[in-house]
Design a protein around this ligand. Sequence first.
Ligand SMILES: [Zn+2]
Length: 309
Amino acid sequence: MTKRRLISKAARTALVLLVVLLAASIFSFSCTLAPSPPARPGDWGDSGKPPAGKQPELKAFFIDVGQGDSCLIIARTGDDREFTLLVDAGPGGAADEVVDFLKEVGVRKIDHLVFTHPHEDHIGGGKALLEAFEVGKVYMPRTTHTTEAYEELLLAIRSKGLTVTEARAGKVILEAKEFKAEFLGPAKSYEDLNDRSAVICVTFGERVLLFMGDAEAQAEDDMLQAGLIPDADVLKVGHHGSSSSTTGEFIRVSRPSIAVISVGPNPYGHPSKTVLDRLERAGVRVYRTDLHGTVEIVIRGDRLDVSTR
Ligand SMILES: [Zn+2]
């Protein structure tokens, strides 16, 4: 073994140790699957209460971050409360775009920030977001991962004085009148980081939106077997449209009318023709951030409108 390889091995060991210690210091994981406590008033956004009588509204933005994921939800619920939920931060290369986009649509505080899993295309923009915005709560699935991007994220979370709440099936993020955001996954523990993705179900009145992270067929199957997958209106397709996700059975049960694929130029062949064909055969309207740019869905009363920008 050369001296250089010895040094890089030592550096790698140091990184592993540092990340493990960091994670231990900021993850506030509970060991049991006890029911989640109800949302407290402090969990809500304090960015100003809208005038009474304003119509409930949910906006979901599937931000064009190139190859990666970042979805912003801004909701005004039936009991006149407002909050923001951000699912993933996109890759580091798109960090400035995500920060600018959030500012452009008026976000001042990210009330709930979920990192579905520790791959760079989902967490790379996290540090910049944590530096640019006040953040309420941070959620991640329980994982061990030892990349520099993950270390940087954990350091940024710690330097904000925040801890991490475990994302796992059954945990409720927020519940309000005609609104609920909860985790459907991970339903089990997996070796594979994609399958360990936090999967989120947002219910708004009669409408249901599913955010799959990079969950693949095994995780989908486990959620189906557990009866966790509801009829959905909107599906943020798992793993950028990879053929390893979005099985025929998953589409048959979730029955989305709209699917959004967050994807950019990539060497992996995302989105796969198999998945696109499957969605088409099921009559699902597909939007892709690489073709349409940022996709915006607005739900008000019975209306659900899709636009692109
Ligand atoms: Zn990904």
